[in-house]
Design a protein around this ligand. Structure first.
Ligand SMILES: Cc1cc2nc3c(=O)[nH]c(=O)nc-3n(C[C@H](O)[C@H](O)[C@H](O)COP(=O)(O)O)c2cc1C
Ligand SMILES: [Fe+2]
Ligand SMILES: [Fe+2]
Length: 412
């Protein structure tokens, strides 16, 4: 029916896709668009789960009307009060004045701050451990503070194993008719955007995600219904494991991301020569990014993905090249830890950038080791540098070997 899809008996996806928004949160590029997911339960009572961004509110409201077929709307559950999900709450309350709104205490506070004045008799305040029955379906509420806002709730339908996970397990990318993880090639087409979404939006809050994962591990979850992206109905362990790794700041791959900052191409060439040396040694899990034309959200995503990060930068007015500085600042802001970093520096008259980057990392990033084998380029890569690049490649390969051995020992 129109763009509505059935998730499981009694439950429907009623959200919308946005291909017009260039920047999610006015900061993250979303070339594949984004979906705002909402769900509707037809039980003895009728229940809408969250609302949507204003950009797709018209279709959302239409879906509610269609599915209700004249029945009243009894409840609206609000898991998260960020405006990409709560924009249409007011409109739902106007259209269905008898609807009761279920949310956390802080959820109602934020509604009030936004200017949605829900009447006291309309409010149902829930907290961790509370349950609420709509007939056949009973919801158990789970608090998920700081994943990634303080008021966030998740809820679990004990009758069918559906977890409404709020922004957790979401992704950038419009779903465009597809709904379930098994309707796409997730690894090929979705994992990168799911990682970029998680690491940039939730990445800072790893310990809070760990808390929720612990709670979730006690629930017999069969479906995960997030507020963006695909619904998960099989192979849940695969995605939960990704979340476990990301939130523990453990790399997914033993591999190398080389991020370079170069004005005239010489530092770029040094970065490329390191990539070549690594590949020649059999380490082909290597990606190279120009910080000046790669969105920092992509750099962060690959920082969470790979075990080894190489920062190659020019010296700029005795400082770190501004775009590289932004990237390193963002690493700190998102709590990046548990990585090995190598440095390539370049300067023409006073090369300070290597020391500055190392100092910043030592002072601000937890559990990040900087390898001793730094490559120092004096304007352009020369014959003497070749052995330094080879030594750095060897050091990175050795370090990866050691990490693999430690991991294997821990697993055996
Ligand atoms: C605006 C500007 C400021 C620079 N400041 C410094 C500096 O403070 N110290 C230094 O050694 N080199 C400085 N350089 C030289 C760069 O580090 C130079 O671009 C680099 O050595 C060549 O690398 P590239 O081809 O990757 O840009 C500066 C260059 C520019 C254009
Ligand atoms: Fe959010
Ligand atoms: Fe969201």
């Amino acid at each position: 029916m129109y763009t509505v899809r059935k998730v499981v008996d009694d439950l429907y996806w009623i959200g919308g896709n946005d291909h017009r928004l260039a920047l999610f949160e006015n900061i993250f590029p979303i070339p594949r668009g984004v979906s705002y997911n909402s769900y509707l339960l037809l039980d003895e009572k009728t229940v809408v789960f969250d609302s949507v961004d204003w950009s797709v509110a018209r279709e959302y409201l239409r879906h509610i009307e269609l599915l209700l077929e004249g029945r009243p709307l009894d409840y609206m559950v609000i898991h998260h009060m960020e405006p990409d999900h709560c924009a249409a709450i007011d409109e739902v309350c106007l259209r269905y004045p008898n609807v009761k709104v279920i949310s956390s205490e802080q959820g109602f506070q934020i509604m009030n701050q936004i200017g949605y004045h829900i009447k006291d008799e309309q409010k149902v305040i829930v907290k961790e451990g509370d349950t609420f029955s709509f007939g056949k379906h009973t919801l158990a509420f789970v608090e998920a503070p700081m994943v990634h806002w303080p008021e966030v709730l998740m809820s679990f339908d004990t009758s069918n194993g559906v977890l409404f996970s709020a922004d957790a397990f979401g992704s950038f990318g419009a779903i465009d008719g597809k709904l379930f993880n098994d309707e796409v090639n997730f690894d090929r087409d979705w994992l990168d955007d799911a990682r970029r979404y998680y690491t940039n939006i939730v990445g800072k809050y790893g310990p809070f995600v760990q808390d929720v994962l612990k709670k979730a591990s006690t629930l017999p979850i069969k479906y995960i219904c997030p507020l963006h992206g695909l619904v998960w109905r099989n192979n849940l362990a695969y995605f939960i494991e990704k979340y476990d790794k990301w939130s523990k700041y453990e790399p997914e791959e033993e591999g190398v991301m080389i991020a370079y900052a170069s004005m005239y191409g010489n530092t770029e060439y040094a970065a490329q020569s390191l990539a070549t040396a690594l590949c020649e040694r059999g380490m082909t899990e290597v990606v190279v990014h120009d910080v000046s034309n790669t969105d920092v959200s992509q750099l962060i995503s690959d920082t969470f993905k790979y075990s080894h990060i190489v920062l190659a930068s020019v010296t700029y007015n005795l400082g770190i090249y501004p775009v590289m500085k932004d990237f390193i600042n963002d690493m700190q802001a998102l709590n990046v830890q548990n990585r090995t970093v190598a440095l390539i520096e370049n300067g023409t008259w006073a090369c300070t950038v290597g020391d500055l980057m190392e100092e910043y990392i030592d002072e601000n990033l937890k559990l990040v080791d900087v390898l001793n084998d730094r490559v120092t380029v004096n304007t352009a890569l020369n014959d003497a540098n070749v052995k330094d690049v080879d030594a750095l490649a060897d050091a990175i390969i050795d370090s990866i070997k050691i990490i693999k051995e430690v991991k294997e020992k821990a697993n055996s």
